[in-house]
Design a protein around this ligand. Structure first.
Ligand code: GCU
Length: 605
């Protein structure tokens, strides 16, 4: 190995081996905390060979981009200058902000200046998400490294910042790898960048790190005069005797609690049933909740509901419900970029509303917190999912740790969102012992983190014979809801639909988590002509007629709300880099299948 390779290897070991000394759990409900937003224009530049990282050891001043060196003498050689670079908006993907980066998969460096006042609080640097591999430096020192493109992470940077001027530099690498989660192949655009909010939080030495409020699910209770709400809270450190006041003004509740020796509260509240309005799609009631600990005040909006199963029925607040759903990627209407705000979500939610939906499958990764809260405010039930998608490296322990970390982060961020009723662990993962072991561990973890919601995953049916589909999946013992994708009419002849039989030998609710087919909006012709709206319309008619014959069907979420970008869909003049299975085009045109599904949902209300 020559000198350069040794240096590069040392740099790699040094950099990757450095455990993030500063990583802390992302606090619950960051938007209610004292913070400064670092959203806005960030300088950026592309580093295809990652010389700013691997060549750093050879000459820090010349190559150590994250030290943000400036020439001190006229003869100094520094071959980069963030401040002379262009800027792009954060949050935002780089693909749609710089046409040279539309297809780019690699490293881009970002820099943002910020100032700090002289208050004595601790400073937490919070990222809503960065896709995919982020290394964060503050004032030239590494804060930490995070992999996973759709969940929040946070560093305590108190010891890295100073009063006055500071800067944060982030190395973002969205290259795909076989051992990543998702893996090398996936049917959506690999939007890279700092794709969600960046906040600098100010917290005390002790602060409320997490809290949970949920309605106890028990059939006995639903007829009693009192309802029980579980209340738990965790401080950032083990500190006993901290007094916390919980208020729910509309319920005329104000109760004091004290943390135990672990800095935790685990208690219950009793509320008169007559006073409590349960959250539902018809009435998405949210209560203002206040948590006060000394000068720390956190306000949240929380809905109370129960979700459970009884045989093949889904029960919301004790009553059977049919999920009139649709699948949606996190991609904006019209502009087709990564969503990152409530406004971005609102347009997509209005389209789901036009369809008559009460349920949205947030495919195939956790969507941003604004979207989840906006959907909750508007009364949509939600399925939230981690991107364990297709051919994951099931036997790689690092891959499992990554998947579990994304699961933990998803549940930690959203466990107070009444709208979310299903945590989904995977999508269309080929059967194998290694896959079953991997998913079984995830299922056990999910159950241990949150036993108030249902667990599912989008499975694949195996054709028992030409016209009999039997759902045989070892994972069925782990899930509460049996879900599977089927594409009769698209990946096999639509005329088979009326002949199909479905064998689902599990006494659990069944959701068809995907069905559908492609059409280019405005392309018309015979229903036998693929890509016409008539082809898709007929596919929906035949599939919906077939769904009506599936016993125990508790809902469906057709694939997909709107056409979305995918590098796997090149067909010129038809796909042009978009998956065309949308009920809406990317420009918001309703396709003829929209009306078929809307009318079918009308009858399911
Ligand atoms: C799969 C997969 C989707 C994909 C769809 C399709 O079912 O879950 O992510 O986009 O098929 O083929 O369009």
């Amino acid at each position: 190995m020559n000198g350069k390779n040794i240096m590069m290897t040392l740099a790699l070991i040094a950099a990757i081996g450095v455990k993030a000394q500063t990583e802390v759990p992302a606090p619950q409900n960051v938007y209610a905390r004292q913070s400064v937003s670092l959203n806005g224009d960030w300088n950026y530049f592309v580093d295809q060979q990652e010389q700013g990282y691997y060549d750093y050891r050879m000459n820090p001043t010349r190559w150590g981009y994250f030290v943000n060196a400036k020439p001190q003498r006229p003869s100094d050689l520094v071959e980069y200058d963030f401040d002379a670079c262009p800027t792009m908006r954060v949050p935002g993907d780089w693909n749609t902000q710089d046409e040279q980066l539309f297809l780019y998969e690699g490293t881009v460096w970002f820099k943002k200046d910020f100032t700090i006042d002289n208050s004595k609080s601790r400073r937490l640097l919070y990222f809503g998400a960065v896709n995919y591999d982020a290394i964060v430096y503050v004032n030239g020192k590494m804060a930490g490294r995070h992999v996973g493109g759709f969940t929040p992470f946070c560093y305590d940077v108190t010891d890295l910042v100073k009063e006055g001027k500071n800067f944060v530099i982030v190395k973002v690498d969205n290259k795909r790898h076989a051992d990543n989660v998702p893996t090398l192949i996936f049917d959506w655009w690999n939007y890279g960048g700092i794709t969600r909010d960046v906040l600098l939080l100010s917290v005390g030495e002790t602060y409320i790190e997490d809290y949970t409020l949920n309605l106890v699910t028990s059939l006995q209770e639903s007829n009693s005069k009192k309802r029980t709400i579980n209340f738990s809270l965790v401080l950032n450190r083990e500190e006993a005797g901290q007094e916390v006041t919980l208020s729910i003004p509309e319920l005329k509740m104000k109760q004091k609690f004290t943390t135990n020796e672990k800095g935790q509260i685990n208690s219950q509240l009793l509320v008169p049933s007559s006073k409590l309005t349960l959250w539902s799609p018809e009435n998405p009631k949210l209560y203002k909740v206040l948590l006060e600990r000394g000068d720390e005040v956190i306000q949240d909006e929380i809905g109370f509901r129960t979700i459970e199963t009884r045989g093949r029925q889904l029960l919301l607040n004790g009553k059977p419900i049919f999920l009139r759903g649709v699948c949606s990627h996190e991609e904006t209407a019209y502009t087709s970029r990564r969503c990152n705000s409530a406004a971005d979500a609102d347009t997509l939610l209005s389209w789901a509303r036009q369809l008559g939906c009460n349920f949205i499958r947030l495919a195939h990764y956790p969507h941003n917190e604004h979207a989840v809260r906006e959907a909750e405010r508007q009364g949509f039930l939600l399925w939230s999912e981690i991107p364990v998608y297709w051919t994951i490296s099931w036997q790689n322990e690092n891959t499992y740790a990554n998947a579990e970390n994304q699961l933990r982060s998803m549940i930690r961020r959203d466990h107070n969102r009444a709208a979310i009723i299903i945590w989904s662990l995977a999508n269309e993962t080929p059967h194998s012992d290694a896959r079953d072991k991997f998913l079984g561990r995830l299922a056990t973890t999910a159950r241990s983190l949150d036993n108030t919601r249902l667990i599912s995953m989008a499975m694949e049916v195996t054709g028992a014979s030409n016209y009999v589909n039997r759902l045989q999946d070892n994972m069925n013992k782990y899930v509460d809801v049996v879900s599977f994708n089927q594409y009769i009419g698209w990946y096999r002849d639509v005329n088979d639909a009326p002949k199909m039989k479905w064998e689902i030998p599990y006494e659990k609710p069944v959701i068809i988590s995907e069905f559908g087919g492609g059409a280019k909006a405005g392309l018309h012709g015979d229903k036998g002509q693929r890509w016409t709206e008539e082809f898709q319309e007929n596919l929906y008619r035949e599939n919906l007629a077939m769904l009506d014959k599936i016993e125990g069907l508790a809902g469906t979420c057709p694939w997909v709300l709107k056409d979305f970008r995918s590098p796997r869909r090149p067909l010129p003049g038809i796909q042009d880099g978009f998956n065309r299975k949308g009920l809406f085009s990317d420009q918001g045109q309703r396709k003829k299948s929209f009306y078929v599904l809307r009318d079918w949902y009308e009858k399911k209300k």
